[in-house]
Write a protein that binds this ligand. Structure first.
Ligand SMILES: [Fe+2]
Ligand SMILES: [Fe+2]
Length: 240
């Protein structure tokens, strides 16, 4: 059994520093690892990344993150990643890591992901080059997630994304914006390997629980949804 804490969409800036820390200081008693599901900052600046480092650095458990769309906004991704990694926060994008706890190897594969929508109502790579580029971004992201999950050698596999892999966890959002909140291609990628849990954020007005077509439990941990510093999931090596 491994205990996985997760939160997304903390949207840190100087005004938010300190909001999560009291609960985070208790985290090592509650969980063995912390996953951050993107939108760690408001606008993706280096100074906001330093706020993330202050709040989520030095927790005493491994912290593994993906970035979100907000973390890309100011085109400072390399600087943001460097600040986070200097604080000991591992940032995944199309790759994976394994952390060991009490002899159990937890594998986490992460990508930001992208939009496109869900089966029956999804965008397709047809027509203008801009439309093809949009869908290629999602396609490439999903492919790298699938490859990272399949390549993991571990006891428990977890997928970490910012964008949603299923529509169930978007319930509460306006249906018109579902194509900007996630893609079924991410769900297919998660189902490409025996994944125990899929964590995402991004959908602030969405719902907490969903399941991929292949039966993998999906949890939207966007802070406005879970309304706490983090949720904790207990995952056994049978995937339950
Ligand atoms: Fe967000
Ligand atoms: Fe987002």
């Amino acid at each position: 059994m491994i205990r996985i804490a997760a939160v997304g969409d903390v949207h840190m800036d100087e005004d938010v520093v300190g909001r999560f820390r009291p609960a985070l200081d208790q985290l090592p008693e509650q969980a063995d690892v912390l996953l951050l599901a993107g939108d760690l900052t408001r606008h993706g600046t280096e100074s906001e990344a330093r706020c993330v480092a202050t709040e989520f650095g030095g927790l005493g458990v491994p912290v593994i993150a993906v970035l979100g769309n907000h973390d890309h906004h100011c085109d400072q991704v390399p600087q943001v990643v460097k600040v986070l990694e200097d604080a000991g926060i591992l940032v995944l994008e199309g790759d994976a890591t394994v952390v060991e706890h009490d002899g159990v190897r937890l594998g986490v594969a992460g990508v930001k992901g992208f939009g496109g929508g869900f089966a029956g109502r999804s965008a397709s790579a047809f027509g203008e080059p801009e439309m093809k580029a949009f869908i290629k971004t999602t396609d490439d992201s999903a492919d790298s997630l699938a490859a990272a999950l399949i390549g993991l050698r571990c006891d428990i596999r977890v997928a970490l994304t910012h964008y949603a892999p299923v529509p169930e966890t978007l319930a509460g959002e306006p249906p018109e914006i579902y194509p900007f909140l996630g893609s079924y291609l991410l769900g297919q990628a998660i189902d490409a390997a025996p994944t125990a849990l899929a964590i995402h954020g991004h959908a602030h007005s969405g719902s907490e629980r969903g399941t991929t077509p292949g039966g993998v439990r999906v949890r939207n941990v966007a802070h406005p949804v879970i309304k706490q510093a983090y949720s904790v999931f207990h995952v056994g090596d049978q995937g339950h």
